[in-house]
Design a protein around this ligand. Structure first.
Ligand SMILES: [Zn+2]
Length: 329
């Protein structure tokens, strides 16, 4: 069983020889940048640098997938948001919002999309199609929030839900099209970090606006989709499992045993070692301890709970794979 087969089997809850140990969220670290000479922010814009850095996560860190890119601003930029490019240890971020979402004539040729597609193809070629390629893209609600600005998005859910619905519809079309382009270029899965947790939206808005949007996304995209969600999501995990995602990726605030019970086989569960504390500031022993608890609790794929912090030491990334190997002798 090669790494890609192992990943696909785990994602679809079929038998595996080992639980895959990888990251569905960002993997660019300063140590990997030093090792490859591919630095942020350049690696956000140039396909070759993007892939070189991503390969370090696999070849040096031992992660059993190649994960690109390192930000969630590709579509935001395409529709007209201003993007600050960040530094070697901060990700690009949206800093201005367009009046309206600008829809490109050809998404394939817009902004950084061609570089991401090229990077996907390159990663596939380098790994002979034997290592899973996972591409992160903006979820429709994330894109809507980028376009409107977070506070307008949150306010709008209450004061002007019709406008939010329209924006979500437009954003979803674009997210779906982009996901399909990425999958057609050879990605084995897309990871979409959803934005609208109950820390952001009220339960009604989630049911009436967000859930149908996610469902549409999962239904329309042909290929494997992983929903990643940060924050407190125990209350909505049943809804997420209804949407048709192949995998659900959670951070350490979510209890794996409880989540697994609620999901009840409707999706695979991915997570959830703390990136902000254990992986960034802990020792390899602490990472291993947390990883083994995840495995005991029944994760289908062992992974960091969120994007790996750029200052994370490589030894703490390697500890993830060591823990899996020790757990499954
Ligand atoms: Zn996250």
């Amino acid at each position: 069983m090669n790494l890609k087969e192992r990943f696909k089997n785990a994602l679809h809850q079929r038998d595996v020889d080992k639980v895959p140990a990888l990251s569905v969220t960002q993997t660019g670290t300063v140590e990997f940048m030093e090792a490859t000479g591919s630095w942020w922010p350049d690696a956000h814009y140039d396909a070759k640098k993007m892939v070189d850095l991503a390969m370090a996560g696999h070849e040096i860190g031992g992660l059993e997938a190649v994960r690109i890119p390192y930000c969630l601003t590709v579509l935001a930029e395409v529709v007209g948001c201003g993007v600050r490019e960040g530094s070697e240890d901060t990700q690009p971020s949206v800093d201005t919002h367009p009046e309206e979402m600008g829809i490109p004539d050809s998404l394939e040729e817009a902004g950084r999309v061609p570089e991401i597609l090229k990077a996907t193809e390159m990663a596939k070629e380098i790994t002979d199609g034997e290592v899973p390629i996972i591409v992160g893209i903006e979820a429709p609600d994330e894109l809507a929030a980028h376009v409107m600005g977070s506070s307008n998005y949150i306010k709008g859910l209450i004061t002007n839900p019709e406008h939010i619905e329209q924006t979500l519809e437009q954003a979803n079309k674009l997210s779906i099209e982009y996901a399909q382009l990425v999958l057609d270029s050879g990605a084995d899965a897309v990871c979409v970090p959803g934005y609208s947790t109950l820390d952001i939206v009220d339960p009604n808005s989630f049911q009436n606006l967000i859930k149908p949007t996610y469902k549409e996304f999962a239904n329309q995209v042909e290929g494997d989709v992983i929903m990643h969600m940060c924050g407190h999501i125990t209350q909505i995990i049943d809804d997420l499992a209804d949407c048709g995602f192949q995998g659900i990726s959670v951070e350490e605030l979510t209890d794996i045993q409880e989540a697994k019970k609620i999901i009840d086989g409707r999706a695979s569960l991915i997570g959830n070692i703390s990136t902000s504390q254990t992986m960034l500031d802990g020792t390899p022993q602490q990472v291993k301890k947390e990883a083994k608890k995840c495995l005991q609790d029944g994760v289908d794929i062992l992974a960091p709970g969120c994007g790996i912090a750029p200052r994370t030491p490589t030894k703490n990334i390697k500890a993830l794979i060591q823990a899996r190997n020790e757990h499954q002798k």
